[in-house]
Design a protein around this ligand. Sequence first.
Ligand code: ADP
Length: 505
Amino acid sequence: AYKMSVLEEAKRVAAEFEYSSEDLNRGVKAFISQMDEGLQKKGTSMSQIPTYVTAVPNGTEKGLYLAVDLGGTNFRVCSIQLHGNTTFSLTQSKVAIPRELMVAKTSHELFSFLAKQIENFLRTHHNDHFEAHVKRRKTMSSGEGFRNEEIFQLGFTFSFPVNQIGINRGTLARWTKGFDIDDAIGQDVCELLQIEIDALHLPVKVAALVNDTVGTLMARSYTSPGKTGTLLGAIFGTGTNGAYVEKLDKVTKLKSIVEGADYDKSTGNMIVNTEWGSFDNQMSVLPNTPYDEALDKATPNPGIQMFEKRVSGMFLGEILRNTILTLVKDPKCQLFKDSNSSTNDLHSTTTIAENSALYKQWGVDTSFLSIVAADVSPGLKVTRQELSKGFGVDAASTEDAEAIKLLVNAIGKRSARLSAVALGAIVISTDNHVSTGGGDDDVVDIGVDGSLVEYYPGFEDYVREAFREMPEIGAQGERRIRIGIAKDGSGVGAALIALVAAHMG
Ligand code: ADP
């Protein structure tokens, strides 16, 4: 036949996503240099935010803590009992945030709602403690304070951009994710919450402001302690980001940020929140394809979060959609074309329903990639069913499905290899003997969380393969790296940071 087969066309596009060993190692070098730059000064592409958390847990921590999480659509309140033997129990409640509060006139409206949820939670799950507190408050003479053990220490996970200036101090830089409350900008979000908690006379102290990656790192270190604790916590979910243990004296910009911010300097370490989603926004080493460019142009923030836009769950489905549409629109390519029309007919019609999600921005969810990548059914029946059910592609052939699988594998593999750049760069820059370290117990521990790393088939295998291709890690170093999911990371991690904070003060 004179025309290229669907599979050949798909192979050609898939090849555009190849990310070679050379690319990978160039990426690592650039990542390390952008990390270092971020530690030295403000306003760099990777923010490298000091968290004022200076140690990771070792699994023996004990106590009852509260944690709240304001992330996007929901507000979660939980209490965590740390048993001190690497295990914990967790009680949780979740409420949807009313839309009108996301865009309220004053921050008081939102934060008093949050405080009210904390009160409801305490009444429901810790009523004894709560009633005892109310009683004692009534009999207390004026000026008498509460004893420390009567007060719940609370870790506040707040997933919006903040300028953190202390372990429980951080000012809101800007709202994202549909929130918009003017008077909160520039205010300390811990203080806003504490004021409303105090107005309700709750026995709660906002002890720590927590980023979810730091929570992941802390939770992993508690549940899976090793000789040196966990080095790095990373999220591969809607977005991607990581936090790691850095040598305090390398965080040189700390001196110029705030004089007199108090934190425990004795460990010589500080956990740094990299904000690696914006690694290489300047595009000096990141791979680029027409499909990436189309995605970026159609976002509200073109040129920003360029690493994240090639790696995380929010974007992989959209990259795939762009590749599929390019092939579908190419009159020479037979993907999803009606096989009954004559073979040389350049006007053959597609078998895609007019209102297919394939034609809508964000129409393809990354969970579709996981389904296709996992499909080993005869004739890729599962993929063909998904194409029909999810995208109104009715007469997809086995060859069509194979073509989609080639594209999916290419996009998924590039995402994993880019993830390895971030993880590998941090391992290499913080541990200069990773490839030669001795002993089986001399592990480098990484905690991860997020649907992509949890559910995309073979994600970790691709990451490990990439580690072996890095000369500073190699096969021997790769075997020393342990990667584990940090379950319930945000709640447990926030509790652990509240604990650290309480012991500092
Ligand atoms: P979040 O990061 O928002 O806390 P998740 O870790 O669940 O939550 O990530 C959600 C993202 O993961 C979404 O972008 C979604 O498209 C993607 N996702 C959901 N399920 C899967 C899956 N099975 N495989 C790969 N990606 C998935």
